[in-house]
Write a protein that binds this ligand. Structure first.
Ligand code: URA
Length: 428
């Protein structure tokens, strides 16, 4: 019998030991109920960052976080459930075209999403720029939407009851330098996805300057841990490693990204956004056991029909004009050449400074703010040609954004080879 008190659990992990199932259950439960203090959980999180956790410990930690709240159950729906989760990147609006596309292919897509923090935007912030659209809906309404063959996809805020231990722990990790740990990130993401009740899951694990994980090895380790957790919990799980050195598409910012997503649903849009949407959709429909080509469903307008009904089902008006920022400014190329680098992190910081993201949990974002990119790496440019348009309601934000963009872009003389978007695939 191992000791069930916070200090023994912290010191066991600090000294490189393994925690027993009982210790993990006790400490996660105690933290959720206030028996384990924030400073004790912070110390334990730091010990985990430094010492790691085994596969068994990580699986038990995830199960304990799921057990701290409610678990949704979508069994009995007439269609298979499948979801996607991205570890977050700049200009990553893929959920917007992907969810209605996969629903139009015949699956039910329950997407519990978050709001953005820092340089990566949140899916809910993007959708909230559509007039009338509501992120908060009940579990019963969610089920109705998923069962409706004309809709089939829902993107909404996770209720307070879904893995509450993770919500508290994530807030603590955010302010104690304990985010960067594979077992803690994997258990945090997978506890929410397993509690959400999906039967299958495709993970888009980003690699590069604009991602959480800068190296392919780190991303592969996280992807493997998440695939193992999903598989052990009975969720068919596949992870794709995709590049995030440069932003996805040509926009970063809430309403700007919605407009770009609608272009993709209308059959246009930037080629990288279309490619990643179709790659993820193919994985999702295969995991759902459906024999259908998502490219056809995108091309013939069925995905757009599902988008429109999905937006209406959550109170939004798909025909309403999207909000626009009060001020815009164009940034022009200073010389002729080829764009050899457009750093995702720099563009994310610029969009965030313009008001598209938030610095603190709970602060308000500007729907119209962000960065439009008129050139991407590999494009030839001539002096004076527009490279970016920045959008904001707050003119005082512009100099900081321009400084970030100036550092993010390189115009050189050499040609650049196209880099692949898909780096690896892990799972069944
Ligand atoms: N996203 C999460 O939900 N949790 C983490 O720990 C990191 C990213």
């Amino acid at each position: 019998m191992t000791a069930l008190d916070a200090i023994s659990i912290i010191t066991t992990k600090r000294d490189g030991g393994e925690l027993s199932d009982e210790q993990i259950d006790w400490v996660v439960h105690g933290f959720t109920n206030g028996v384990v203090a924030d400073e004790q959980m912070s110390a334990l999180a730091m010990a985990v960052v430094l010492r790691g956790m085994t596969r068994r410990e990580t699986a038990r930690w995830t199960a304990a976080m799921i057990a701290s709240g409610q678990r949704l159950d979508f069994t009995g729906l007439p269609r298979p459930t499948v979801d996607k989760h991205s570890t977050g990147g700049v200009g990553d609006k893929i959920t917007l075209p992907l969810s209605p596309l996969v629903a139009a292919c015949g699956a039910a897509v329950p997407q519990l999403s978050g709001r953005g923090l820092g340089h990566t935007g949140g899916t809910l912030d993007k959708l909230e720029s559509i007039p009338g659209w509501q992120a908060d809906i009940s579990a019963s309404r969610m089920r109705e939407i998923l069962a409706d063959p004309a809709i089939g996809a829902v993107v909404c805020a996770a209720g307070a009851d879904l893995a509450p231990a993770d919500k508290r722990l994530y807030a603590l990790r955010d302010v104690t330098g304990t985010v960067e740990s594979v077992p803690l990130i994997a258990s945090s993401i997978m506890s929410k996805k397993i509690a959400e009740g999906t039967s299958a899951l495709v993970l888009d694990v980003k690699v590069g300057s604009g991602a959480f994980l800068k190296t392919e090895d780190g991303a592969r380790e996280l992807a493997t841990a998440m695939v193992e957790l999903g598989t052990d919990a009975g969720v068919r799980t596949v992870a794709l490693l995709t590049a995030m050195d440069t932003p996805l598409g040509r926009t970063a910012g809430n309403a700007l990204e919605v407009a770009e997503s609608v272009e993709v649903l209308a059959g246009g849009g930037p080629s990288d956004v279309v490619e990643l949407t179709l790659t993820l959709a193919r994985e999702m429909v295969a995991l759902a056991g459906l024999d259908i080509d998502p490219a056809e469903v995108l091309a013939d307008g069925r995905a757009m029909d599902h988008w429109r009904s999905m937006i209406r089902a959550q109170g939004g008006d798909p025909d309403a004009a999207l909000p626009r920022a009060r001020h815009t400014e164009i940034v022009r190329a200073e010389r002729d050449g080829t764009m050899t680098r457009l750093d995702a992190m720099g563009v994310g910081i610029a969009a965030w400074r313009l008001g598209a993201g938030r610095a603190r949990q709970g602060s308000v974002v500007q729907a119209g703010a962000g960065v439009e990119m008129h050139a991407k790496p590999g494009d030839s440019v001539i002096a004076g040609q527009p490279l970016f348009t920045v959008h904001t309601d707050t003119t005082e934000a512009i100099p900081g954004a321009l400084a970030a963009l100036g550092d993010a872009v390189t115009i050189g003389a050499e040609k650049v080879a196209a880099t692949p978007l898909l780096l690896d695939r892990i799972g069944i």
